[in-house]
Design a protein around this ligand. Sequence first.
Ligand code: NAD
Length: 290
Amino acid sequence: MSRILFIGLGNMGAPMARRLADAGHELAVQDLDPDRVAALASASPRIRAAAPEDRARAEVVVTMLPTSDSVEAALEASGLVGELARGTLVVDMSSAEPVRSRALADRLGAAGLRALDAPVSGGVRGAEAGTLAIMVGGEDADVDAVAPMLRELGGTIAHVGGHGAGHAAKALNNLVSAASVVATAEAIRAARSFGIASQRFVEVLNASSGRSVTSEQKAERFMLSGTFDSGFPVGLMNKDVAIAVGLADAQGDPVVLGAHVAKIWAATAERFADADHTRMYELLDRIAVG
Ligand code: NAD
């Protein structure tokens, strides 16, 4: 079992940290929001608020933060890198920017630390159930070292390449997912306008070639129900889509559909960044895409 410093206790981080504690790891936790730290520390005898000695003793640091900016702030601007013991393995499970992750891994290496990027797919329910898909970038030996811990969180662990590759795969996955959310939402709306009952149409999608995670897990549960509570907001989806399109552009690979999908999410995020991403179903006729 490992001594883990876990940073970022939001929609995803809190259930992931709880799972690791339930699996027997010792967790010291950190978040900008002290209420989140207190709530989690009271949830398990194996979780406590991180103190300076926990930072020095950590064998693994997990970050589950919104963006590359917040990851760099938590690790570097805070001075944490200087508090960690040499050889500590830093696993960034946030959905962050691949090029910045690669540079961060180099800087951590220069400070005597080891780094992996290991972002996830599967949402809050996947985090609670330990069924996340985890995409990992980094050195083989470091992936092997942390694989038992990752297996507590995910059903699929795919080592996709060197530093940054996990973050690249994650952003590109979310580009596909973001396109599917828009396509499914607008198809349900068009079917409804034509007089086809929405639930019936979703059943048709799920039995046909239009089937996807959106149609199977989001359409009825979050869109048609009107709950819009998947736990993943428009702002984070927009961030991921922008990363994916920026990455493809930088490689000289055109993303024709992706560029338009990015415009849709950017226009939505301008006004509705905090709305759940499944609310796209409702917002489609309220956004102006240039
Ligand atoms: P969230 O906004 O719910 O939580 C982020 C947490 O990080 C907050 O508690 C915040 O206070 C904390 N934080 C921010 N900056 C910090 C800092 N410098 N130091 C310490 N704590 C800090 O986000 P989330 O939904 O848990 O997502 C985390 C990451 O996982 C994001 O990159 C997101 O894109 C990705 N992701 C989210 C989902 C989802 O369904 N929510 C699914 C897959 C991947």
